[in-house]
Design a protein around this ligand. Structure first.
Ligand SMILES: CCCCCCCCCCCCCCCCCCCCCCCCCCCC(=O)SCCNC(=O)CCNC(=O)[C@H](O)C(C)(C)COP(=O)(O)OP(=O)(O)OC[C@H]1O[C@@H](n2cnc3c(N)ncnc32)[C@H](O)[C@@H]1OP(=O)(O)O
Ligand SMILES: NC(=O)C1=CN([C@@H]2O[C@H](COP(=O)(O)OP(=O)(O)OC[C@H]3O[C@@H](n4cnc5c(N)ncnc54)[C@H](OP(=O)(O)O)[C@@H]3O)[C@@H](O)[C@H]2O)C=CC1
Length: 515
């Protein structure tokens, strides 16, 4: 019997960010392993014209929840969606709902965040810092609360090379930052943002670091733990391999590469690709929830959920395997054949951007114009290159994260818990994982049918022929122009032609002699 699964039985659990990538997998695993839990409160806002109920309905009817419905047929009765906007005071939660949350909650998993790299500082502070502070305040008024689990990121201290399981202070106190956001206007905030974030690459990593400081400062008597996952990818095993539902991290780039838009990137092939499957993160999170509530560690423990020091893989190997998978299961209607040029040199990278990305986009737009259609490729390419430039920071460096707490927790689990809540990435086979990841992107993000693979392969063969034809034509035109202008080129050309002629004559003569 799993002790962790039994622990969550009969509990009232509050999850923020339950509609997000990690939140959904967390909810799924909770219901599948502890179907006798009392209730899961989720804080949900309305979005894209959907009510909170409609959003929950959509999640429960997705493929991700198919297994849950078998184990826990009344799952819809156990989810209590509470309207909340984490950008508002008291999260805009009604008095009755707030009362229920305060009096009933046993465990909190705080997953909500803005993960955008380019969010204005004001917005990132509001969600990743102020909302965390408010949630802690709520938590301090919950008499039945046993544990508060805060999800941060392994990159909150990406300005360091070696990162321990401790909270590193930021030069400016989070409270001062929160206060200043109230009276500074947007223009001034934009101006001081680079100075505040210092040697971090974006507002996301900076505000996640501030969020951790807030957790430390406001922890009071609460039982708190912080989890720091690295780059969260598709599921490894559960509920099935390869599930993914958003474009963050590598997923968007896999699409861009598979469709032939992205053919080169400024990346260091030997740098560690610290990817971690989302189900591994969720298993560790649930184990940490149990450990924090039951063992009540004296201080806030931080758990690194990373793969690099257990089972390292590098970007070169990853890119190679992604390409190999495209050979077997190509994406439909590719713009060009997938290719991967890694370069860590800025000038070479700019050259490839011009030749492999911008030029084909311009040519294609010219073709669209000629055929009376609206050009769109250059705009799309500019957007993609902007995205890639934001991710480049993470594919050109390696970090070392110490994992004492994570290893300690692993050793505390019973063999059954180690199996049911497996977060040991030493067992992960990267080649298999990446293949399933690419397949998952094709199935769950692009919604492409496997029956379309022969047609997709045929399309790629056509693209290859067009590519050869185009290159040959380009070469002949360039050569013809050169011959017209340079005596030396003409001499070389006559030399090659006469050499070929002599060779053919010799070959013909010797074959006639043999007969
Ligand atoms: C060696 C590398 C190999 C690469 C070789 C290249 C050659 C290819 C061959 C093989 C391919 C191999 C692929 C392997 C992958 C390697 C790359 C992996 C990079 C990993 C970096 C991750 C770093 C994570 C560090 C921190 C982790 C965390 O803690 S947080 C989670 C991470 N957060 C994010 O990823 C958020 C990033 N996104 C944003 O910040 C924003 O979306 C944006 C700034 C990028 C864009 O904002 P904008 O307002 O312009 O647009 P938006 O409205 O958001 O979207 C516009 C359209 O773009 C699409 N989109 C969004 N995100 C992505 C994305 N990540 N990739 C691609 N496309 C994306 C979005 O859907 C929109 O589309 P339309 O609706 O059609 O317009
Ligand atoms: N994905 C990754 O690679 C990594 C993620 N993390 C961390 O993991 C956690 C979860 O990330 P992930 O699931 O990937 O992120 P997602 O972007 O998929 O999910 C974010 C969640 O936060 C919710 N949210 C955002 N703003 C508000 C708001 N104003 N009010 C209510 N809810 C809001 C979103 O709700 P809605 O659906 O309404 O937008 C969504 O449920 C985050 O803390 C992130 O920092 C850490 C390392 C890597």
């Amino acid at each position: 019997m799993s002790m962790i699964a039994a622990f969550y039985g009969g509990k009232s659990i509050l999850i923020t960010g339950a509609t997000g990538f990690m939140g959904k997998v967390l909810m799924e695993k909770l219901f599948r392993t502890s179907p006798d839990l009392k209730v899961v409160y989720i804080l949900v806002r309305t979005k894209a014209g959907q009510t909170t109920q409609q959003r929950v309905f959509q999640i429960l009817n997705s493929k991700l929840f198919e297994k849950v419905k078998e184990v826990c047929p009344n799952v819809h009765e156990k989810i209590r969606a509470i309207y909340a906007d984490l950008n508002q005071n008291d999260f805009a939660i009604s008095k009755e709902d707030m009362q229920e949350l305060l009096s009933c909650t046993n465990i909190i998993f705080h997953c909500a965040a803005t993960v955008r790299f380019d969010d204005p500082l004001r917005h990132a502070v509001q969600l990743n810092v102020t909302a965390t502070q408010q949630l802690l305040l709520m938590a301090s008024q919950m008499p039945k609360l046993e544990a508060f689990i805060h999800i941060s990121t392994a990159f909150s201290n990406c300005n360091l090379k070696h990162i321990d399981e401790v909270i590193y202070p930021c030069p400016v106190e989070p409270k001062k930052i929160i206060d200043s956001m109230e009276w500074l206007d947007d223009a001034i905030i934009d101006e001081i943002t680079p100075k505040l974030i210092g040697d971090r690459p974006n507002t996301y990593t900076y505000t996640k670091a501030l969020g951790e400081m807030v957790v430390q400062q406001e922890s009071g008597n609460l039982n708190i733990a912080i989890i720091r996952p690295s780059i969260v990818g598709a599921t490894w095993q559960e509920p099935f391999p390869g599930w993914v539902d958003n474009l963050n991290g590598p997923s968007g780039l896999i699409i861009a590469a598979g469709k032939g838009f992205l053919r080169s990137i400024r990346a260091t092939p030997m740098a560690v690709a610290d990817l971690i499957p989302v189900d591994t993160v969720v298993n560790l999170t649930l184990a940490v929830g149990w450990y924090t509530a039951v063992h009540r560690p004296k201080s806030t423990l931080i758990y690194h959920c990373t793969s690099g020091n257990f089972n390292p893989c590098n970007w070169g190997k990853m890119g190679f395997q992604v390409l190999a998978t495209f050979e077997k299961v190509p994406f439909e209607k590719a713009f060009r054949r997938p290719n991967a040029d890694f370069t860590s040199n800025i000038i070479t990278s700019q050259y490839w951007n011009a030749v492999s990305h911008r030029a084909p986009a311009i040519i294609y737009d010219f073709y669209l114009r000629l055929t009376g259609r609206k050009p769109r490729m250059t705009k799309l390419m500019n957007r993609l290159l902007r995205t890639v430039s934001m991710l480049e920071y993470f594919v050109n460096r390696s970090w070392e994260w110490s994992t004492y707490n994570t290893e300690m927790l692993m050793s505390e689990l019973s063999p059954e818990d180690q199996r049911v809540f497996n977060f040991d990435v030493r067992q992960l086979n990267w080649l298999e994982y990446i293949e399933n990841y690419v397949l998952g992107v094709k199935k769950y993000l692009l919604k492409e049918d496997m029956a379309g693979i022969p047609e997709a392969k045929q399309h790629l063969r056509r693209l290859r022929n067009i590519h050869y034809l185009f290159n040959t034509a380009l070469f002949l035109i360039a050569w013809r122009l050169l011959i017209a202008r340079s005596q030396m080129a003409r001499n070389v050309w006559f030399f090659i032609v006469s050499f070929c002629y002599k060779f053919l004559s010799y070959f013909r003569a010797s074959s006639t002699l043999k007969v």
